[in-house]
Ligand binder design. Structure first.
Ligand SMILES: NC(=O)c1ccc[n+]([C@@H]2O[C@H](COP(=O)([O-])OP(=O)(O)OC[C@H]3O[C@@H](n4cnc5c(N)ncnc54)[C@H](OP(=O)(O)O)[C@@H]3O)[C@@H](O)[C@H]2O)c1
Length: 347
């Protein structure tokens, strides 16, 4: 007998992350794509907006519809621009048994930080609380109907720092330098391709909204928040994030303690892979080893009391759609890896 499938909706399915959720779920054995929303592209066939999906037989009959027509589903993925979902929550709470939100709206718990970084959510707070969820670090699978997935640069940074803070190995002061590809800004981004091409530039040197999220996530999962300097830069690649974190080891801590902490933190974690003893440049995390996959690669290098930790991941998969599907798999009792690629697309 065929296994019963869960009915899934994607709100904001014509965007970059929504398109990735569709692409991965088209081959998920336990999912039926029941409803796909778009705003400007409502009424359009999926393959016309995402040409990379048009040859999948499962995409043939799929069209985008206005979000107001949302049907009853088991799971709804929120792939809307940050600030859009809060006003739609009454509709989603009524029609979806569970909501997995990829946007930043409901990540921050501190009211002052929420008002500073997410004013639209602060002005329109949800009736129900959202549980923040990083699958590899959370001790339990959340029972909440409403789940917030982490930001893409935030989670890359948290993977690089979690073992150091969870094991009390470094001083609080940390400098993080993050670089991200152009899809990080969404399909509606205003940047001209000609201005991005061949360029490498600053995105934000202070005040990125992922800064308080990183502090909050490390306080929650590692029990200690860093004193963080977080800067972001724009890479001339469509996908991928590389984060480099610089910290100082506490007195008496050595390279072996750091290696053990990373090994212990990520042992058995399918989608966070610690690079063993990297020496040559190609041994370290890199975009061509992760883009197209749900894998985050992590590595560390220690010299004296200086520690550098690095993460590379695909912002649209491990930083967004894949992470959300991993969460759906876990909360639904499916195999954690169902529908999720482990190999990258290269060259
Ligand atoms: N891009 C990333 O790497 C990444 C990573 C992690 C998390 N996120 C988060 O994921 C969310 C989606 O990002 P994205 O890159 O996929 O954005 P995007 O490419 O701009 O897509 C936005 C989607 O929302 C729809 N939409 C826009 N305004 C709407 C409205 N007022 N009502 C209903 N639907 C509306 C759009 O439909 P039309 O285009 O048809 O108008 C489109 O389907 C954002 O909150 C972002 O912060 C993104």
């Amino acid at each position: 007998m065929a296994e019963q499938k869960i009915r899934v909706a994607v709100a904001g399915a014509s965007g970059y992350t929504g398109g990735e959720v569709i692409r991965l779920l088209l081959d998920h054995p336990q999912v039926e794509l029941a409803f796909l929303s778009a705003e400007r592209s409502a009424g359009t066939p999926v393959g016309a907006v995402h040409p990379w999906l048009r040859n999948h037989p499962g995409a043939a009959g799929l069209k985008f519809r206005p979000l107001a027509e949302l049907e009853e589903v088991d799971v709804a993925f929120g792939c809307l621009p940050t600030g859009t979902l809060p006003a739609q929550m009454p509709l989603l709470a009524e029609r979806a048994k569970r909501v997995l939100n990829l946007a930043g709206d409901f990540r921050l718990k501190d009211a002052r930080e929420l008002a500073e970084y997410y004013p639209k959510t602060a002005a329109n707070p949800p009736a129900d609380e959202f549980a923040y969820y990083i699958p590899e670090l959370s001790p339990t699978v959340p029972e909440s109907r409403f789940i917030s997935l982490p930001g893409c640069m935030a989670v890359a940074t948290v993977y690089a720092l979690y073992p150091l803070f969870a094991h009390g190995l470094v001083d609080p002061a940390v400098v993080v330098d993050a670089k991200t590809g152009s899809t990080g800004g969404g399909r509606g981004g205003s940047e001209q391709p000609a201005e991005r091409s061949g360029n490498f530039r600053v995105h934000k040197l202070h005040g990125h909204r992922h800064t308080p999220e990183i502090r909050q996530a490390l306080a929650e999962y590692a029990g200690a928040a860093p004193d963080l300097r977080f800067s972001t830069h724009s890479l001339d690649v469509p996908r991928g994030i590389m984060v480099t974190a610089y910290s100082t080891l506490r007195e008496g801590v050595g390279s072996l303690d750091v290696k053990r902490a990373f090994a212990k933190s990520y042992v058995g974690k399918t989608f966070v892979r610690v690079r063993p003893a990297p020496k040559a440049p190609q041994d370290f995390p890199m975009l061509k080893a992760v883009v197209g996959s749900n894998v985050a690669e992590v590595a560390i290098a220690v010299k004296g009391d200086q520690c550098v930790s690095v993460t590379a991941l695909d912002n649209l998969i491990k930083g967004a759609a894949g992470q959300a599907i991993q969460a759906m798999n876990l909360v639904s009792g499916f195999d954690e890896s169902a529908g999720l690629p482990r190999t990258a697309v290269s060259p």
